[in-house]
Design a binder for this molecule. Structure first.
Ligand code: XMP
Length: 534
């Protein structure tokens, strides 16, 4: 095995590239999403990292300056390098990006007064009407005379820079849309990337057309390039991959397998805390159907043994985390000459967020179950999904022929059913939970609701309650149904099932699952709750 652990650089590819310079807006990632939807490859980089040398190396075909919380009228507020404006490529400034452009190119920005005092700050919906000048930036806009946009700014442009003209105004923003048509510089006060600007997609479509993007970012192209890159990185050496059956690890494994075939070995750690038939399904899919080498680490006895008598949520999580690493390592050690560990790291995990308190800081999610392993085992990382958003991973999975039942799956946590079984875990409780969960998910699928819901599951509660079935008294477990909508799991709302659905589901669970005689529905949002029960 290799001595060092190293993170590989993102893959170098031939497609046209757009650079998004991030000034710390909460919605910068949405700009990237909009562009990727248009088959334009883009990367987000914090302003601190964008130097002249970086620009030369990156070779952007266009640049977008994001919004951000700072005020350009304050000393030391963030700026892009002036070179951005002499590259000869189109530049679009959004909100703070507009203000910084105007300031640097000879216009003037004023600090905003918060509304109420006759000020110019604007937060929320606004309507922009066109100025008489036509512009290719606004093709498909103003078909109904005005466009709804989303404003969120304190400061405002008081004077536009030489060469700029006004393309659109709103009651509080005389310079809502501006352009310098000679240089293809565009600057808008509102946020075209958020869905409260309903025609935002057309706006970006126009911008990338003006910039001459061919729309060459496709999943088929990505797949081909990624396969070539994996082959170049790995050569004839061995790769191991922790396979959980979740979307990210499944797509990672399928892609690497396509690149290097039998040089990939997957380790599927079955901790006995999986859903009904899950272990069997994952192994059948990858080993039998796709011909991957899969080691099925059936270690339920080990995990459930160590969890016996434990009821504290953190203790349970720690036991599972520790055993997971031990088991993975044990199996991985048996793979001769493994030098690489494959991980399903996604783009949102690697984007550096802008921090104004002390330089860029990396936001790395700590959800990877094999997180500490590369250092411990001296493995190099193969991370072929580092450039992709979640829905692009799904698109790649489809491209690779993975069935929808794998690709469209709700997320499932590493500690599995352990955190859906508050209090002490027993095999009997897990069996009941598995059955109830299967009935619940079946109901959701039958009613066509699965794809509307971000995550749904049953938790078995550590209480037994009295009931009556037929002529007999029952004393069985209560369970809670959970279903949430969410974008990223950070916040969530409970799903508003109809009473009919809930009633029918409760009846089915009580009739079909021995051991449960009471069903409740969890209507807590996150925050203040969390999605899982522990
Ligand atoms: P919470 O319960 O924190 O969950 O609101 C947010 C999302 O994260 C998942 N989750 C985990 N995923 N390992 C994982 O891989 C974990 O330890 C873990 N804990 C929570 C949870 O299922 C939800 O999607």
């Amino acid at each position: 095995m290799a001595a060092n652990c190293s993170v590989i650089e993102p893959m170098t590819q031939d497609h046209q590239r757009l650079l998004i310079i991030d000034f710390g807006s909460q919605v910068t990632q949405l700009i990237a999403r909009r562009l990727r939807e248009l088959n334009v490859y883009c990367e987000i980089h914090p302003f601190q990292n964008v130097t002249d040398a970086f620009l030369q190396d990156f070779g952007p075909k266009a640049v977008i300056l994001s919004g951000g919380p700072a005020s350009v009228v304050h000393d030391g507020s963030p700026r892009p390098p002036a070179t951005v404006f002499s590259l000869g490529v189109p530049v679009l400034g959004i909100c703070y990006g507009q203000q910084v452009m105007m300031q640097m190119l000879g216009g003037r920005v004023e600090g905003g007064k918060i509304s109420g005092g006759g000020g110019t700050a604007e937060f929320g919906r606004a309507y922009v009407t066109p100025a008489p000048t036509g512009s290719p930036l606004l093709t498909g806009w103003f078909l109904d005379q005005k466009e709804q946009v989303w404003m969120s700014h304190g400061d405002h442009v008081a004077e536009i820079a030489p060469g700029f003209e006004v393309l659109g105004t709103s009651p509080n923003a005389p310079f809502a849309i501006t352009a310098d048509p000679m240089r293809n510089f565009f600057a808008v006060q509102f946020h075209p990337e958020v869905h409260h600007t309903p025609n935002g997609k057309t706006f970006f479509e126009n911008f990338v057309r003006i910039a001459g993007f061919a729309g060459d970012w496709t999943m088929a192209g990505y797949r081909e390039q990624a396969v070539a890159d994996i082959r170049a990185q790995v050569g004839d050496r061995q790769v191991i991959c922790g396979l959980s059956g979740g979307v990210d690890s499944s797509v990672t494994a399928a892609l690497i397998h396509e690149a290097i075939g039998d040089q990939l070995t997957c380790v599927f750690v079955d901790h006995g805390l999986l859903r009904k038939d899950e272990g069997k399904d994952v192994v059948a899919m990858f080993r039998d159907h796709m011909n991957l080498k899969v080691l099925h680490a059936d270690e339920a006895d080990l995990f459930l043994g160590e969890l016996e008598g434990q009821s504290d949520p953190e203790t349970k999580r720690k036991i599972i985390g520790r055993l997971f690493i031990d088991v993975f390592q044990k199996y991985a050690n048996d793979i001769d000459g493994a030098e690489f560990l494959a991980q399903g790291t996604l783009y949102p995990d690697v984007i550096e967020s802008v921090s104004f308190s002390g330089g860029p800081s990396a936001t790395i999610k700590s959800h990877h179950n094999v997180g500490g392993l590369p250092e411990k085992m001296g493995l190099k990382l193969v991370e072929p999904l580092r450039e992709l958003f979640k829905d692009e991973v799904r698109a790649l999975g489809r491209e690779l022929g993975l069935p929808d039942s794998f690709i469209g799956r709700h997320p499932f946590p590493g500690p599995g059913l352990a955190i859906r079984c508050p209090g002490e875990i027993t095999r009997a409780k897990l069996d009941i939970l598995r059955e109830a969960d299967a009935v619940y998910i079946d109901q959701i699928r039958k009613h066509g609701l699965y794809d509307e819901i971000w995550q749904a599951f049953v938790a078995i509660l550590p209480v037994r309650t009295v009931g009556v079935m037929g002529d007999g008294r029952t004393y069985d477990y209560a369970c809670a149904l959970r279903a949430v909508t969410s974008v990223d799991g950070m916040t969530a709302d409970y799903y508003p099932f109809s009473h009919e659905f809930l009633g029918e589901t409760a009846t089915r669970i009580i009739n079909e699952v021995p051991g449960i005689n009471r069903v409740t529905y969890d209507i807590t949002s996150k925050p203040p709750g969390t999605i899982e029960w522990e």
